[in-house]
Design a protein around this ligand. Structure first.
Ligand code: ZN
Length: 65
């Protein structure tokens, strides 16, 4: 499972989290930082995922590398 703490420390955009962890987080599933940043994975300036709200976290149970 992908933990909340892990997500916050990744600094990845949603697309990269989906790709790396094989999950399907959609735009409405995540909270992003108020500004855009460079994703640590793909290097693109995007909305970086800060948090997944509690009621969406079940999706993270399916996460794996
Ligand atoms: Zn990315």
């Amino acid at each position: 499972m992908l933990s909340q703490k892990k997500i916050a420390s990744l600094g990845y955009c949603r697309r990269c989290i989906n790709q790396v962890y094989h999950v399907h987080l959609e735009r409405q599933d995540v909270m992003v930082y108020p500004s855009v940043y460079e994703c640590r994975k793909c290097g693109m300036v995007r909305n970086i995922v800060a948090e997944v709200p509690f009621f969406r976290r079940w999706k993270l149970f399916l996460a794996h590398k």
